[in-house]
Design a protein around this ligand. Structure first.
Ligand code: FES
Length: 133
């Protein structure tokens, strides 16, 4: 169906793929079940809060990488608090497909990496690497 096509398209032609040169936020995470990874790069606007640029690199299944690709577009223009308030339902809505609990871990990896990266930037937590366990 249309949503599966869209996921495959993002997997094969990831948007915003690559490292940002001088990111305000850079954070990596993995799904320990499989070792798949996503690293997110976020650059903030001059107000120090609005997300201006997002990119990612990663290595993993179609759902994890497509989710990172879609999310990189979704986050632009949002505030950090807005992103921290996102939950798995937002990701499921974004992907537009029903997912098993196993696949949901794939889907939320990029979101968790972005949120943990923001939390570290804000000084809220001290995390070395995000996992979706
Ligand atoms: Fe590893 Fe999907 S199978 S993140």
């Amino acid at each position: 169906d249309m949503y599966r096509q869209q996921i495959l398209d993002h997997y094969k032609n990831p948007r915003n793929y690559g490292e940002l040169e001088d990111p305000d936020i850079e954070h990596v995470g993995e799904n320990p079940m499989c070792g798949d990874t996503v690293k997110m790069f976020i650059q903030l606007a001059d107000d120090g809060d609005t997300i201006e640029h997002v990119s990612f690199v990663g290595d993993g299944c179609a759902i994890s990488q497509a989710s990172a690709s879609m999310l990189s577009g979704e986050l632009r223009g949002r505030s950090m608090a807005d992103v921290e308030g996102m939950d798995r339902d937002d990701i499921i809505d974004m992907l537009g497909v029903e997912l098993s609990p196993m696949r949901i871990k794939c889907a939320v990896l990029a979101e968790k990496v972005a949120q943990d990266g923001i939390a570290i930037h804000e000084g809220d937590v001290d995390i070395e690497e995000t996992t979706t366990e």
